[in-house]
Design a binder for this molecule. Structure first.
Ligand SMILES: [Zn+2]
Length: 121
């Protein structure tokens, strides 16, 4: 008479009467219902790496590419662009080494050209 119990269902594997909300058959132990996707599937949570990158830029000077390029072209031997970028130490080094014999100066022109405008030195 309890076959009509609406809280029960029958296992499709062994035919035993099992609770309606059972996912695994209480008799044969086989899966009778699709498992709900719960915490078993690891959720890919994108870390807020943007926050980190912006935090790292605090205190970093934003340089204008073209200003830096003009400074480098005309006063690069004296490290003017390095002073502009806030790299005083290298600027002084350039001042006494003529842009490290012109090689550093030449490389800097190319590197500034390859940078996007409003770059972070
Ligand atoms: Zn079963």
């Amino acid at each position: 008479m309890d076959n009509s119990n609406p809280d029960n269902k029958f296992c499709k594997h062994c035919g035993e009467k099992i609770p309606k909300d059972a996912v695994i058959c209480t008799s044969c132990g086989r899966q009778v219902e699709k498992l709900e996707q719960q915490s078993s599937t690891p959720q890919i949570v994108l870390n807020n790496s943007n926050y980190n990158s912006t935090a790292g830029m605090v205190g970093v000077k934003i340089c204008d590419k073209w200003t830096s390029l003009v400074l480098c072209l005309f006063l690069g031997f004296f490290g003017a662009h390095k002073f502009y970028e806030g790299k005083t130490g290298i600027g002084i080094l350039y001042l006494f080494t003529f842009g490290i014999c012109g090689i550093g100066w030449f490389i800097d022109i190319l590197s500034i050209l390859s940078k996007p405008n409003k770059y972070y030195p």
